[in-house]
Design a protein around this ligand. Structure first.
Ligand code: PGA
Length: 300
């Protein structure tokens, strides 16, 4: 089979986005050029790799099987590139890090320190929610992930790097603000502004409220901590957030933490990567750096 690397790159991009247009954008190609590469690859392989129903693109069974081989080739190539760079020292290299949106209130500090130590390593940071982090780990599409609770159903190496206390926030004028020793049942029928499905914070909040049998009203749903804070500030409802996200609002008195048992609920953020993964020299340097950094600064 005479398959070119260019065809593999195009195939990979179309299967990732399930869109010829997005693949064309990502690869800086025209859409007909993308379609042509896919067609040529399908000719070589002798089977259709994608199915198009209207505007929807899906992988065929052959496409799904081919993808696992194609990903292996891409991974081997990028590892070969990293290893060659290792032979030249850590004077170059690239590190792909993905962090949960809440972790992004902490990650830039960490990355800034890492960058001071290894200025030549190019950092790519992707900020997304728990669900897409899991997808990235599953598809081996990232070097290191910083997230909340690692999943149990994947073979991963993980290490707690930072405490993540969750609290209930309210605006200063809310009737419960300032009250001492509230119980969760005192929040019965309160409206809660919710993070989106797939957010680690939301999962933690829902399971805790369910354990305590709290009946609450689900208010607006928002994908950004910043939007949640504005909504709570505007009196739309209460919410559960990480204390790392509200430092400024606490200092200026725009938001308050309610004194509700069992909050603060202490969770942890973790550094995570696939167990079998051969870490690139840059990723290895990052893992060692984070271990030293969290030991010297403490993870609280
Ligand atoms: P998230 O946070 O709510 O932004 O997904 C991750 C987590 O703390 O689990």
């Amino acid at each position: 089979m005479h398959i070119t690397l260019r065809q593999l790159r195009v195939f990979e991009s179309v299967s990732k986005h399930l869109s010829y247009t997005k693949a064309a954008e990502e690869l800086h190609l025209s859409q007909p050029a993308v379609s042509m590469q896919v067609r040529q690859l399908e000719d070589v392989v002798g089977l259709p790799l994608f199915e198009k129903m209207g505007k929807k693109v899906t992988l065929t069974e052959a496409g799904r099987t081919f993808r696992s081989y194609s990903q292996n080739v891409q991974n081997e190539l990028s590892q070969a590139k990293e290893m060659m760079q290792a032979l030249k020292g850590l004077n170059q290299g690239q590190l792909n890090i993905a962090v949960a949106s809440t972790v992004n209130y902490y990650a830039p500090r960490l990355l800034a320190e890492f960058h001071k130590k290894y200025p030549a390593i190019q950092l790519h940071l992707d900020v997304t929610n728990r669900e897409s982090l899991l997808k990235k780990l599953r598809e081996n599409d990232v070097d290191i992930v910083l997230m909340g609770q690692p999943p149990n159903d994947m073979d991963l190496k993980s290490q707690a790097i930072k405490e993540n206390p969750l609290v209930i926030i309210a605006p200063p004028e809310h009737p419960l603000t300032g009250k001492k020793k509230l119980k969760l049942k005192d929040l019965k029928n309160e409206t809660f502004v919710m993070r989106e499905q797939g957010s680690g914070t939301r999962i933690a909040m829902e399971s805790l409220f369910e354990q305590h049998g709290l009946m609450y009203k689900e208010g607006m749903q928002m994908t950004r901590n910043e939007a949640i804070k504005q909504a709570v500030r505007a009196g739309i409802g209460l919410s559960v957030v990480s204390t790392h996200t509200i430092q400024l609002e606490l200092e200026t008195g725009r938001l308050c933490i309610l004194d509700v048992h069992p909050f603060p609920v202490i969770r942890h953020w973790h550094m995570v990567y696939r167990s079998g993964k051969r870490l690139s020299p840059s990723a290895n340097a990052f893992v060692n750096f984070v271990q030293e950094y969290t030991t010297s600064t403490g993870n609280t």
